[in-house]
Structures are given as C-alpha cells and as structure tokens.
Design a protein. Structure first.
Length: 283
C-alpha cells in the first residue's frame, strides 16, 4: 500500500512538473509573439502571423520540409505598403547618397539589419529565414507562399485549385498570393522559427479566399504570369491600401537603375527641405 502511495505521489509530481513546463512554454510563446508584433508593428508597416511547423510541412515536398517538431512555433512577417515610407526611407536617408554604391540591394539590406536586431534582442532561441535565403543547392530555404497560406496571412491560388485548366499541360503557371486587405500590394519578408517553443494548442486559422470562382482565379493567374509588369494582378480584388507613387516607380525600375533613382530622391528631398526623420535602425 505504501509503495503504491509513493508511486502515485511520484507520478503526481511528474505530471505537475510537466504541466508547469507546458504553462511556462505557453507563456514564453505568448511573450515572443507579443514581442514580434511590437517590433514588427503595423505603424512601421508589418504584420505577424504565427503557425506551426507541421502545418507547413503537410503541404510541401520533402526537399522543402523544415526539420523541426510539428508543434514548433513559427512566425511569418509580411510588410504592408507603409513599410517603404516608415522604415525603409528613413534608413536609406540616414545612409546618404555617397554610401549607396556599397549596398547591394537596399531593401534587402534594410530588412536584414532590422531582422538581425530583432533576433539579437530575444532571450529565446530563434532562427530567421528571409524571403531570399537559399540552400547551397540554390533551393529556397522556405516556400513563403505556403507559409503565408497556412498562417492565414494570404491566400495562395494555384492552377491545381481549378476544376478547368485552360493552359497547356507543359506550360508553367506560377501561383499567386493575395492578401485579404492589400491584394498583391504586400511582400513576404521572413519566417522566424523557435525550436524550443512548442504550441500544440495553436488554432489553425482559415485563410480568406476572395477569389471564389475558376474564372476569377484564371484571370488573376493570367495577369500575374503574362502581364505582371502592369501590376494589374495586384488589384484583382478590392484593396484597402496600395504602394505609393515612389514605391511603384522603384519596383518598376530595373534593379541596375534603382540606386540612381534613390540618389535622385534623396537629393530632391534635401532641395525641397524635407526634414530627415530619426532612423529606426541602429548602425
């Protein structure tokens, strides 16, 4: 009888410790997510979407699966149209015209610095994967469109969604991601993985699917694949906000000519007496 009592007490202590660990991990996960949303704030032009690694792994092929527990917390960060003006432009102006030649890709460089500062500020183990990160074999480290879909950030439309496929079987048709508020006027920036934080109770969101007929999806994919330079695909659904004139001009300019365009804008701002805001990022 005494032996059974001791065993029950020991079992109770194990369960209690396990419950305490789970509660601690839950608190840590909530803290990390809150920190993400504070740092990548809507005021700066960002949105954060948590998801479980397992949700992502279910939808991708073996080469793209993430080698982590299915319940590991991941957070997707996207930028909204505000980011260009509220984060990127103050950062760029703080660099000045003379230093632009040393910056390979200004927006990627800005985001890399911003992301690195975030990771360094955390107490939890964090792995950051940016939208342009590749493996040594030149394969994307993560499929951002899939991460966006499973996290509920934006709907990923593909030809496989169609009951009728109008294109030749051998014709490659890239999928298109549309945000419920911004349509195509947004960009994926990073996924953060937190290997020590398991979130088995995280509720899977339902992605907002605004293109609800084959005709609408075909029209969107047609515009995206064959006339993407017109940016018409970005507006195939109602949107609440678009890129401003400078953003549109920047992204429609060939990469080789973008530095000259940025230098021109910096000089114009100085000539027009535009006051330089305090840069968000620390050098």
């Amino acid at each position: 009888m005494l032996t059974k009592l001791i065993m029950l007490l020991s079992l109770g202590q194990v369960i209690s410790r396990r419950d305490n660990v789970r509660r601690l991990i839950q608190i840590m996960s909530e803290t990390v997510l809150q920190r993400c949303r504070q740092y990548f704030s809507s005021e700066l032009g960002f949105e954060c979407y948590p998801f479980k690694v397992g949700w992502y792994n279910e939808l991708v092929g073996q080469p793209f699966r993430l080698a982590y527990d299915a319940d590991v917390l991941a957070v997707l960060v996207i930028n909204t149209p505000k980011m260009f003006t509220n984060l990127f432009w103050p950062w760029l102006r703080s660099k000045g015209c003379d230093n632009l030649d040393a910056i390979r890709d200004p927006i990627d460089s800005c985001m890399t610095q911003f992301i690195q500062q975030f990771v360094q500020s955390l107490n939890s183990k964090c792995i950051a994967i940016q939208d342009f990160d590749m493996t040594p074999t030149r394969r994307p480290k993560i499929l951002m469109n899939v991460a966006g879909h499973v996290s509920g950030a934006a709907c990923y439309y593909q030809r496989s969604d169609l009951s009728f496929d109008p294109w030749d079987y051998n014709k490659r048709i890239a999928g298109l991601t549309l945000h419920p508020n911004y349509g195509g006027w947004f960009a994926y920036r990073a996924v953060f993985l937190f290997p020590d934080l398991l979130v088995p109770c995280l509720v899977r969101p339902q992605v907002v699917r605004l293109l609800d007929t084959d005709e609408k999806i075909i029209d969107a994919l047609q515009k995206y694949n064959f006339s993407w330079k017109t940016a018409a695909y970005r507006d195939v659904q109602p949107v609440s906000e678009r890129y401003d004139d400078r953003q549109r001009e920047y992204f429609s300019t060939p990469p080789s000519k973008r530095r000259a365009l940025l230098q021109q804008w910096i000089l114009e701002d100085k000539q027009n007496g535009v006051i330089q805001g305090q840069p968000i990022l620390k050098d």
